[in-house]
Unconditional design. Sequence first.
Length: 129
Amino acid sequence: MSRSKRRGHALLPRSRGEAGEPFLPEIGQVYQVNTYIYTFGTDPAPERPALVLNVPSKDVSFAPIQIVTRTSQDVAGVPHPADDSLGLDKDGVFSTLGSVEKHLWRPGNVQLLGWLPEPYVSRVIERFS
């Protein structure tokens, strides 16, 4: 048997720099997120782009940050074309709702890619809210 020439998923996420203090993102921002902070090892990819959907207030200690992850697979969700300004080189779909504990949202686990433009951000919010 020969091995497929298709490259598989990486086993570990790339370094996002040194771990820093937790912070709150803003709704509409897209981050590259280490998948273990929202799936605890169930996602085959080590990292994914994710749109911030909902952010709790600073006063709410245990409410999670809600995200919608993006994949280049052909799945149900909100389609989004490749976007060089966000570093997304393939067409994709915002498809899976997830949540991240606030204390895990910090440098080392997430890296800001930019803001998702309209009409995509409104479409994702409408579908997943």
